[in-house]
Design a protein around this ligand. Structure first.
Ligand code: 5GP
Ligand code: ZN
Length: 136
């Protein structure tokens, strides 16, 4: 399969690896937003969160916690953004699932913002919440 992250997982392409086990690998982003920007990638080729089963989720999250703490300790960052882009409309460019860990430093000039608009009323929120709950 012509997938950059499968090739990194298989060792066909080089990467600056920071973690690996049977299910997942983490390596530094080749175009880092900040120093220490890392990607946590399942070894199995899945496209994004919509392909992810709960068992894999249970494996990934503890690693995310471990890596976050290690990155903060190693890099001395003040904070950290965890971001996953799912589908092109959300900014996904590499279609092998991955989670960004982006260390944040005081005055780093990076802006990762959810574009909030006007405050929604309870009348607007309630039917949306209901619709999503019924889809679970
Ligand atoms: P996306 O926009 O899909 O969430 O992010 C893909 C990320 O993969 C980008 O931050 C990009 O810099 C990174 N990336 C793309 N190609 C490579 C590569 O060959 N090696 C590494 N280490 N990172 C890559
Ligand atoms: Zn892949």
């Amino acid at each position: 399969m012509d997938c950059i992250f499968c090739k990194i997982v298989n060792g066909e392409l080089p990467s600056a690896k920071i973690y690996e086990d049977d299910h997942q690998v983490a390596f530094l982003d080749a175009f880092p937003a900040t120093a220490g920007h890392a990607l946590l990638v399942p070894k199995k080729h899945i496209v994004n969160i919509f392909d992810c089963d709960e068992e894999l989720g249970r494996i990934i999250y503890p690693t995310l916690i471990k890596l976050s703490k290690a990155i903060r300790h190693a890099m001395g960052c003040t904070g950290l953004n965890i971001v996953q882009n799912n589908e092109a409309v959300a900014g996904q460019v590499v279609f092998h699932s991955h989670i960004h860990l982006i260390p944040r430093y005081d005055y780093d000039g990076i802006k990762i913002a959810v574009a909030s608009k006007a405050q929604a009323t309870p009348e607007v929120l309630a039917p949306i919440a209901d619709k999503i709950m019924r889809a679970l």
